[in-house]
Write a protein that binds this ligand. Structure first.
Ligand code: NAP
Length: 454
């Protein structure tokens, strides 16, 4: 019987487990996660107000409740927890589905000023990730009137939208109470979302873009002259469908009559490349503005600098310029791409296939695509794994890996432990007069989990 460990319980990990049990009637799969909670970015990345996408957790749940699948949470693979070498001894095969764990940097002066955060940190805060930076505690939004979001991908749209949401829309979500209170009390009235290239090169999807225009008490503005710098703007008909639809939405906003005054104004800006974050006038270490260089299209999809500069006031800067994979102990890593080199999901060591080691999801293909993209990606990896299985199962295993893990002092959070966390979150919500409210710190999560782990 083939035994497989899947490392990571986000969409790529769960789809890998699903593909394995669907294609092999005997395989047993353990899905490991560093956190005591499953679902990866569906729990800790999808914005709380995107309830429909969040409900995908129900689909992922049925996989983790399959009788040949086990969830083993709170188990970190790596030198600080379970060494990768030991994991490979306990299972015939390991599929790494660890995503892209960090954010890309801008590499410009002032990035470290107070009030400058990566979008990933901000998302972690409102998603109740237990590793959220302590500095993102109560009060970090106070005094913020204007925010700049750098980047025009879907994460940029998410954080922009969250800054404009009101308490009525946020309180039915599962966001932690502290984040809800901070956003409810926020005085942010203006958010600039800024792209370094043109509107036809923006990475957001049209559905997400349109949602900005539908926010209550919010006005979206664009600068027609800026949009017109893009050759695709005047005649979008030759653009690929997704880009054409984005440009059409932006054209609609450019043509619209100025609306009534609203509590929030979202300004979508283009052809501005960030060159520095500037401290505020107090001379301290707080951000006060972002300095941009105006760019112009270079005719090949890129931009060139024009030597003209513009400053945009901001007490909060969210750098939303993409995620990046991090190297894993014991695995090869392509530092340029931020991924593990592979051939159809089989890990490549110095160009040769390493039997028994596989990757799926963002650590395999980089941080692109929507959640559904992980399904075919996982399937490809599992097809490779199952083709290798006859050779892999010849190696005799020491027994049930969970027994070995426990004997070696590991105490993973099992499915009943996770269910106890869910129960605690429902109780917390009820005590606050809300629906489910997420626990946001390690001690609370572990205490809840231990009350349920068998
Ligand atoms: P992304 O789609 O790769 O967008 C990154 C943005 O950052 C781009 O606008 C990029 O501009 C810009 N950028 C990169 N380096 C920059 C620099 N040095 N200076 C200024 N701008 C820079 O990344 P993401 O928004 O983090 O999203 C990651 C993935 O998750 C995407 O596939 C996304 O669709 C997905 N996602 C989906 C949803 C949803 O479906 N609702 C929600 C969130 C995330 P250039 O194009 O010029 O490089």
């Amino acid at each position: 019987m083939l035994r497989v460990a899947v490392v990571g319980s986000g969409p790529s990990g769960v789809y890998s487990a699903q593909s394995l049990v669907q294609q092999d009637p005997a395989v047993r799969v353990d899905v490991l996660d560093r956190l005591p909670c499953p679902y990866g970015l569906v729990r800790y990345g999808v914005a709380p107000d995107h309830e429909k996408i969040k409900s995908l957790q129900n689909t992922l749940r049925t996989v983790l409740e399959h009788d040949r699948v086990r969830f083993l949470g709170g188990l970190e693979v790596g030198p600080a927890g379970l060494p990768a070498g030991r994991l490979r001894e306990l299972y015939h095969a390991v599929v790494y589905c660890v995503g892209a764990a960090t954010d890309r940097r801008l590499g410009i002066p002032g990035e470290e000023l107070r009030g400058s955060w990566s979008a990933t940190e901000f998302v972690s805060w409102y998603s109740a990730h237990p590793d959220t930076a302590a500095a993102l505690a109560d009060g970090f939004l106070s005094g913020t009137r204007t925010a700049v979001v750098i980047g025009v991908g879907n994460v940029a749209v998410d954080v922009t939208r969250m800054l404009a949401r009101g308490v009525t829309e946020l309180s039915p979500t599962d966001m932690p109470q502290a984040a809800l209170s901070a956003l409810a009390a926020s005085e942010v009235s203006e958010v600039h979302m800024v792209g370094r290239r043109g509107p036809s090169q923006a990475r957001f999807t049209t559905k997400e873009l349109r949602e900005l225009g539908a926010l209550p008490d919010t006005r979206v503005t664009v600068d027609r002259a800026e949009l017109e710098l893009d050759p695709g703007y005047a005649d979008p008909s030759a653009l690929p469908g997704a880009q054409r639809r984005n440009v059409e939405v932006l054209r609609g906003w450019a043509d619209a009559a100025p609306g009534d005054a609203a509590r929030h104004r979202l300004r979508l800006r283009f052809f501005l490349r960030p060159v520095a974050l500037l401290p505020d006038a107090s001379g301290g270490d707080r951000v006060g503005a972002v300095r941009f260089e105006r760019t112009a299209p270079d005719g090949r999809g890129g931009v060139t600098g024009t030597g003209r500069y513009e400053e945009v006031e901001a007490q909060l800067v969210l750098r939303s310029v993409g995620y990046r994979g991090v190297p894993l102990e014991g695995l090869p890593f392509d530092t340029g791409r931020g991924t593990v080199p592979h051939l159809a999901g089989r890990v490549l060591r110095e160009g040769a296939v390493a039997p028994g080691e596989y990757v799926a999801g963002w650590i395999k293909r980089g941080p692109t695509g929507v959640i559904g993209t992980n399904r075919p990606c996982a399937k490809e990896t599992v097809t490779s794994l199952l083709a290798d299985a006859p050779g892999l199962v010849r190696r005799e295993l020491p027994g049930d890996p969970l027994d070995a893990l426990r004997a070696e002092g590991h105490a993973p959070v099992d499915w009943s432990g996770w269910q106890a966390i869910e129960k605690a979150e429902a109780e917390l919500g009820a005590s606050l007069g809300r629906s489910v409210v997420k626990l946001s710190d390690w001690p609370s999560l572990l205490a809840a989990a231990r009350s349920g782990t068998v």
